[in-house]
Design a protein around this ligand. Structure first.
Ligand SMILES: NC(=O)c1ccc[n+]([C@@H]2O[C@H](COP(=O)([O-])OP(=O)(O)OC[C@H]3O[C@@H](n4cnc5c(N)ncnc54)[C@H](O)[C@@H]3O)[C@@H](O)[C@H]2O)c1
Length: 254
């Protein structure tokens, strides 16, 4: 898909690491200008440098997606700099891993997970969509998870948060389809990122089981998610909206 996003102004949250960074680079390769956003300024600036090293263009915007004022200012900064927002990849999220079963889950960890993974995506949609309505269209991709399509032992609240992302995605797709705004979700399986490193740390049994949990027999790479997101953002996916796209080596086909 060479130049499939030429001249598109694109916002990526959680762009300072893992899937968000890989996707920012693939979107830049496709010709998009990237507003790189993250709560981690160092990570975000590193991603922006990598974009510039490959001849791309963009800016860094610091934001905590769970804070309404930050998200409003983040979208405002993109509009101020570029005058429009063509594509948005709402990807920032946390694992909120606890290790215990549902009834043991701490309430403050529950609240933090829902604030970032669910309210964060909703806030991004809330401030991105009015800009897309004004300009007559746009494409949005949210990061859900394979755990947003099936249950997940020991990750119950994470799984619930990602099911909510799928629900927000489908509902937004219905509400804005006639406005030429497409809203899709990507549902990664087990992907080799710092988040996955944290999840397997000290859990040799979990790490050893990855090849059987994910039938393709290996972890995915952040780039394999990035390519799916780039396609969903592009005009090649013009009829695709309301999709929760599993990119998971058949994890959820079982
Ligand atoms: N790695 C996997 O196997 C996997 C699988 C399914 C879904 N996901 C989802 O993919 C997304 C990216 O995960 P990753 O694996 O790249 O993780 P990661 O930890 O490498 O990157 C997540 C990024 O989000 C940022 N972030 C965290 N909280 C934030 C906040 N409140 N505001 C703004 N930015 C914030 C972090 O600073 C970090 O740069 C997440 O939504 C995650 O739930 C990951």
């Amino acid at each position: 898909m060479p130049d499939s996003l030429n001249d598109k102004i694109t916002l990526v949250t959680g762009a300072g690491s893992g899937i968000g960074r890989a996707t920012s680079l693939v979107l830049a390769r496709e010709g998009a200008t990237i507003a790189v956003s993250d709560i981690d300024a160092d990570g975000g600036e590193e991603t922006l440098s990598a974009i510039k090293d490959m001849g791309g263009d963009g800016m860094f915007v610091h934001a905590d997606v769970s804070r309404p004022a930050d998200v409003e200012a983040m979208v405002g900064a993109v509009i101020q700099a570029y005058g429009r927002l063509d594509c948005a990849y709402n990807n920032a999220g946390i694992e909120g891993y606890w290790g215990g079963r549902l009834h043991e889950y701490p309430e403050d960890t529950f609240d933090r997970l829902i604030d970032i993974n669910v309210k964060g995506v909703w806030l991004c949609l809330k401030y991105e969509i009015p800009e897309m309505l004004k300009q007559g269209g746009g494409a949005i991709v949210n990061t859900a998870s394979a755990a947003g399509l099936v249950g997940s032992r020991r990750l119950s609240v994470y799984s619930a948060s990602k099911h909510a992302v799928v629900g927000l995605t489908k509902s937004a797709a219905l509400e804005y389809a006639a406005d030429n705004i497409r809203v899709n979700a990507v549902c990664p399986g087990i992907i080799d990122t710092p988040m996955m490193d944290r999840l397997v740390e000290g859990r040799d049994d979990y790490a050893a089981a990855i090849p059987t949990r994910q039938p393709i027999g290996r972890k995915g790479t952040p780039n394999e998610i990035a390519e799916a997101v780039a396609w969903l953002c592009s005009d090649a996916a013009s009829l695709v909206t309301g999709l929760a796209m599993a990119v998971d080596g058949a994890f959820t086909a079982q």
